[in-house]
Design a protein around this ligand. Structure first.
Ligand code: 9MJ
Length: 669
């Protein structure tokens, strides 16, 4: 056993090293080690702390989750009021804002800082001598709720500041807690699978997740944070907002890389226009920009009104809402059998995208909002989230509208429908063709077994003609079967067979994800593969063993365990192995990829890949993807309708390639 003296030294080294990697990952977005290597450092630290519990300190990276559930949140008075912002919607209002400030300060041109306005939950964090001691929600601006333990579970919140040129004896900072759109969608999928209410949007999801009384539940929710304001910094002189952002970054507090210093209002308006476009590419939601006078002495002179500063304003984006009519309401059956009512709409353009369907979530939602077939309704689209019906406009009713009823039989297979919480579920399992089709589509999808050419349309054909009755049937398809199908020429048939054949070689983590186990997304599948190394070990794992894995919560452990207790799942896995699916563990070392060290930026739409697919491919090959163009970038991949990144790349003389060249680089041409 290692002596206490040695353990202490090693613990200190490990903590420092883990903090350094957190900083590289969260603030600089330039990780140096793989997730697995990071986990190894964490595990070693945990083991040493278990051996010598008196060496545990509250700011140790292991202390993120551990506090017991609270009965209620305590009230905290903020060190300084957390102000809200006035809104502007038009360029004209922004020019007036600028005019007023120039007049009051007697300056010709104002230096501003323009920031994307994150649509999340505002929080205050207090650090004393570099250690995180308290965090609270905005509340009414004066008093908020103490969510210290919950904030600690967010990995991007440092428990200790980086000691770059010293830290303030007391620091209060403001930031926004957000949930990324992809995480929000995965969370909703999970909630639906468990028969719980899904959340309305990423903002509500972030707020609801942070305000769980049990910090363990917050820890299971993927939250992120950006910092944007220093409220108090004792012992440090900060002169401008631009410097403040610089300090935040130095102390290890992540700031938004898109923030820009603008000289004069014209540059602010230029930034706004760029962000309107950029908004579509971001992984999180923004609802405008925040414009702040850069000079803090000037801010002081301008002062505040009752609740909002006179030196800042929110310049909001136009709402992504439209009014249209519901032509019909149909019911869709998802991969796990959940029935979702979907409104078929008279097509409308919502900020550049034609929308002809919108989700109605569930029967209760329709009842509560009294939405009927034939109603005129307000619909909204937010980022990549499926459009939803917000409300019906009762004044426009003619009396011809019809109420919607949930069917008591599955519209696809006729099986019984059971109610689970707010949801209805078809009991047909994989004998329901809708569930079977969606399971196969998921199995073949890019992040899973990546069977090129096996999209929803072909899956429909294969299932409807009876060629495929279960996933393993894919591997029994013959060319003559495919040639009988409409639209299949010799080449297409051969290509599909080839890609099905190739999928036998996919790695264990992809196979685990492809199985469609509730609560197991791409990341969790990697965690499980990394831990168990073989499919058999995973299949035979006991629940407690699953639970002991860092990152695996009780829901996931139970769901994985139950999945492998089902005889029909084990049988199907056996059949897949018999036809040659290997699902072997392969360590994906970032550093060995053919794109090792290369930095990519994407602009414009690609034909064959979504942004997240392209990003995943680059990362799998060892490269990284940046969100903006700088001198560090090696390639800018230019798709259709490129944005301002194109011009910037041209200015900096960075190599630009088209989609075809990109495909060659990644070995897919
Ligand atoms: C958001 N929501 O992103 C402010 N905000 O500053 C940014 N909010 C703010 N700044 C002072 N970037 C009051 C609110």
């Amino acid at each position: 056993m290692i002596s206490k003296e040695e353990a202490k030294k090693r613990i200190e080294w490990l903590r420092k090293e883990i903090r350094r990697h957190d900083y590289l990952y969260y603030v600089l977005n330039k990780p140096e080690i793989s997730d697995a290597e990071y986990d190894k450092l964490m595990r070693e630290l945990q083991e040493l702390e278990e051996m010598y519990p008196d060496l545990i300190t509250p700011d140790s990276p292991t202390q993120r989750v551990g506090a017991p559930p609270a009965k209620e949140f305590k009230t905290v008075t903020h060190l300084k009021p957390m102000l809200s912002l006035d809104n502007a919607f038009k360029e004209e209002e922004m020019r007036k804002f600028d005019e007023r400030i120039r007049k009051e300060l007697g300056k010709e041109k104002i230096s501003y800082v323009a920031e994307p306005k994150l649509d999340g939950l505002s929080v205050e964090l207090v650090y004393e001598n570099g250690v995180f001691v308290r965090g609270s929600t905005r509340g009414d601006g004066i008093n908020g709720e103490d969510v210290t333990e919950n904030l600690k579970t967010i990995r991007a919140v440092p428990l200790r500041l980086r000691e770059a040129n010293g830290v303030p004896s007391r620091l209060a900072v403001r930031g926004e807690v957000i949930m990324h759109i992809k995480d929000f969608e995965e969370l909703n999928k999970k909630l639906i699978e468990r028969g719980e209410e899904p959340l309305a949007n990423p903002r509500n999801a972030a707020a609801g997740s942070l305000r769980r009384l049990d910090p363990k539940e917050t820890a299971e929710r993927p939250l992120d944070i950006f910092f944007y304001e220093i409220m108090v910094a004792e012992g440090v002189k900060v002169e401008t907002q631009w410097d403040a952002l610089h300090y935040l970054r130095e102390w290890g507090l992540k700031t938004n890389p898109l923030i820009r210093k603008c000289e004069g209002i014209d540059e602010v308006i230029e930034f706004y226009k760029e962000m309107v476009e950029k908004r579509e590419d971001l992984s999180y939601e923004i609802d405008g920009i925040v414009v702040k006078v850069n000079d803090l002495a000037d801010q002081e002179r301008l002062g505040t009104k009752a609740r909002s500063p006179r030196w800042a304003i929110a310049y909001k984006f136009p709402p992504r809402e439209k009014i249209t009519q519901i032509m019909d309401i149909i019911v869709q059956v998802g991969r796990t059998g959940i029935l979702t009512p979907v409104a078929l709409l008279k097509p409308v353009d919502v900020s550049g995208v034609t929308v002809s369907r919108a989700t109605l979530h569930n029967e209760d939602y329709i009842k509560e909002k009294d939405i009927r077939i034939g109603d005129w309704v307000k619909i909204a689209r937010a980022g990549d989230v499926i459009p939803e019906v917000l409300e019906s406009i009762k004044e426009r009713r003619t009396g011809q509208e019809r109420e919607f009823r949930m069917p008591d039989k599955c519209p696809i297979c006729g099986s019984h429908v059971v109610r689970e919480g707010a949801y209805y579920r078809c009991t047909g399992g994989l004998s329901c063709l809708a569930q079977l089709k969606r399971s196969i589509t998921h199995y073949a999808s890019k992040g899973a077994m990546d069977i090129e050419g096996l999209g929803p349309k072909i899956v429909d054909l294969l299932v409807d003609t009876g060629l495929v009755k279960r996933i393993s049937d894919l591997y029994k398809l013959r060319k003559i079967d495919l040639l009988r199908l409409p639209g299949f020429a010799d080449k297409a048939a051969q290509n599909l067979l080839d890609s099905i054949e190739k999928s036998k070689e996919r790695s264990l983590d992809r196979f685990i994800y492809a199985l469609g186990i509730p609560n197991v997304g791409e990341h969790m599948a990697k965690v499980l593969a990394e831990h168990f190394k073989t499919l058999d070990a995973l299949m035979n794992a006991k629940e407690f063993e699953l639970l002991s894995i860092h990152e695996v919560g009780p829901e996931t452990a139970r769901s994985v365990y139950n999945f492998f207790r089902e005889e029909r799942n084990r049988e199907e896995i056996e059949r897949l192995r018999e036809v040659g699916v290997k699902a072997t563990f392969s360590r994906m070392e970032k550093k060995e990829g053919i794109l090792k060290g290369k930095v990519f930026v994407f602009t414009g739409a690609l034909k064959e890949f979504t942004r997240s697919e392209a990003k995943r491919i680059v990362e799998e090959l060892g490269g990284t993807v940046a969100s903006s163009v700088s001198r560090n970038v090696d390639y800018v991949v230019v798709g259709e309708n490129p944005g301002s990144k194109y011009d910037k790349a041209k200015k900096l003389g960075i190599k630009m390639i088209n989609e075809e060249e990109f495909k060659k680089l990644i070995g897919r041409a």
